[in-house]
Design a protein around this ligand. Structure first.
Ligand SMILES: [Ca+2]
Ligand SMILES: [Ca+2]
Ligand SMILES: [Ca+2]
Length: 398
């Protein structure tokens, strides 16, 4: 039983103790043991550490994260320059790699030259290590993984003596990706993605959601020609090409975005029909609120408030006047007093609100009024009543 650290983005969390089982049932890589190191030169080399055992030592001083490099495989390299040697799995492997380089090729006398667990800017905690070397000298390159209990994997390792080779991701005609020089890429009919461009995630293919909701892994161009929706570097396992679609009658179906929108539905990315409500609050003309479908709401001349909206108490209350004053339907002349005439004006006045109105004129509406005349573009007040229920007084000689 050994405690296991779980790697999360930029940090660690102790999650569990795991039982480590011997994996002797699996075939180990040919270069699992230091003594069987594969001789390599400068360039890009495929390798795997899947089911490799750990035979190299730990280097707790000077190497990251306790200096452990489990599931290691070995390479023997003779320097082609007196300069910096770069060994890199940066963005070119599918697991959390570690790299260690030893001075000399004596497996019984390993002299640590450098180590790297996570290279700066390298995706997936992959690695990059640069050490000084002398032309003609032999070096051991050991590649393993971050920590026991984590996945082994495969990919390519770049070995470069001297200034870094301007390699980058190359999208080959079969949509596969390979680290190549620009010229080699073009020569192979590929499209160079730029110096240093990684192959992981794969820039040459991605998940393509077709209009019918199916998923295929193709290049971006192929996806575009099929009117699909492209997700670069993604695979179809991690992509969902269908989701809940709300129809106006309140029903929900799982279809593609294309199928949903062409049928007049509303597409809800990532949602399923169990968690989605395709009905909502509908304000009817009488200010009542019901939860129904958009279609049913429209059929009842209602105002739909969106899928999932609830009927809150005040949602459908319309704001408007309580007392309305409409026609003047009668004028009575009360005769002059001291040069001032008095009139009584009748009107249609109604309490359309939902509160009782205290009418002040013996139970019938009486309203304070003012009288104006419009003359030569000027509005002039010529009379007024003193209060509700009183006569309007007017000086007629104005
Ligand atoms: Ca090993
Ligand atoms: Ca690492
Ligand atoms: Ca490590």
């Amino acid at each position: 039983m050994e405690s296991c650290m779980c790697r999360v983005r930029g940090g660690f969390a102790v999650v569990a103790a795991v039982m480590l089982l011997a994996s002797s049932a699996f075939a180990q890589p040919a270069n699992d043991d230091c003594a069987d190191a594969i001789v390599i030169g400068d360039g890009v080399h495929f390798y795997t550490n899947i089911d490799a055992t750990t035979d190299g030592p730990e280097h707790p001083i000077g190497c990251q994260f306790g200096g452990r490099t489990p599931s290691d495989v070995w390479f023997q390299y003779t320097a082609t320059c007196t300069d910096d040697l770069t060994v890199s799995t940066c963005g070119t492997v599918d697991y959390d790699s570690d790299i260690v380089i030893y001075d000399g090729c004596d497996c019984n006398n390993l002299v640590l030259l450098g180590c790297n667990d996570d290279g700066p800017g390298c995706s997936g905690f992959s690695s990059e290590l640069t050490v000084p070397v002398v032309a003609g000298n032999c070096y051991l390159i050991r590649i393993g993984k971050y920590e026991a209990g984590f996945s082994d994997g495969s990919g390519t390792v770049l070995v470069q003596c001297g200034p870094p080779a301007p390699v980058g991701a190359c999208c080959l005609p079969d949509d596969s990706c390979s680290q190549m020089l620009d010229g080699d890429c073009t020569g192979a009919g590929g499209v160079f993605q730029g110096v240093g461009a990684p192959c992981l995630p794969n820039p040459c293919s991605g998940a393509c959601c077709a209009t019918d909701g199916s998923c295929v892994t193709v290049s971006e161009a192929e996806c575009a020609s099929a009117n699909g929706t492209y997700d670069a570097g993604a695979d179809c396992q991690s992509v969902s090409c269908t989701a809940a679609c709300c129809q106006s009658d309140g029903s929900c179906t799982i279809v593609s975005e294309f199928q949903c929108t062409t049928s007049g539905g509303q597409y809800n990315e990532g949602a399923d029909c169990q968690s989605l409500d395709c009905t909502g609050a509908c304000c009817l003309p009488n200010d009542a609120c019901i939860v129904t479908s958009p279609l049913s709401c429209a059929q009842q001349n209602g105002q739909y408030n969106g899928n999932g909206s609830p009927c809150t108490p005040d949602l459908c209350l319309t704001i408007g006047p309580d007392i309305v004053y409409t026609d003047i339907d009668g004028i009575a002349d009360y005769g002059p007093v001291g040069g001032i005439k008095a009139y009584s004006l009748g009107s249609d006045t109604c309490n359309i609100g939902d509160e009782n109105m205290l009418w002040t004129n013996n139970g019938t509406p009486g309203l304070a009024m003012n009288m104006y005349r419009l003359h030569d573009g000027q509005l002039m007040q010529i009379g007024m009543s003193c209060g509700s229920g009183q006569r309007l007084r007017w000086r007629p000689n104005l």
